[in-house]
Design a binder for this molecule. Sequence first.
Ligand code: 1GP
Length: 254
Amino acid sequence: MKRVENLLNSKIIEKGCIHISLIDPDKCDASQAKALAQEAKEAGSAALMVGGSTSMGGDILDELIKGLKEGSDLPVILFPGNLFGVSKYADAVWFMSVLNSTNPFYITGAQAVGSRMVKAFNLEAIPLGYIIISPGGTAGFISQANLIPYEKPEAAAIYALAAQFMGMRFVYLERGSGVDAPISPLMVKFVKKIVNEARIIVGGGIRNREQAKEIARAGADVIVTGSVLEEKGITGTLREIIGGIEEGVNERKV
Ligand code: 1GP
């Protein structure tokens, strides 16, 4: 059962780098979800991610996902910040481990407790190594991460390589939702040079075309944006960011 993972991989192969829109159930309600999903699809997002470090679950999450499903056929992938972030209405879940957490609960504990729910809901679990870079935002605080310094790409790279060796097929370089600026393109480049199998996802602080372009050009396979869509509205913003990604991929070749 790798439907969503295969879809992501085929789009990454086709486009060089794809965009995923992140929706935080704390900041978007079900009544907005349908239109949001429609716009994300029209602008060229490859999937929708739902979750957040302090997000609510239960009916609120279920209704939001149902709304997203009404608006488009894009896969909905859960991005759980805690045990409540699981819903049977989603297609898949990033089965994520915070590799640089100092608390084993965020590395394997929550995963063990949550695993039966994932199976009962018949969710596609996609293994993901989650690595948090300074300043880390709420994700870094909640998951008690030993933050990777911004200017130390080699530290991010060894965690990412370890993730690959442990069989994780995706690695997420997270700077924290809503932070001032994304990780450096140099860090992405460094990680890509060392990690040759796992897909590299980059998120946190990406707000404009130029930033998206530089991260895509450096070799990211997936770019995630959440806050900018809440701050500026999805329509024009998303087209700009996806335009930047395309430009960055084209410039890889020259
Ligand atoms: C957060 O990486 C994601 O987990 C997205 O970050 O909200 O800053 O786009 P932003």
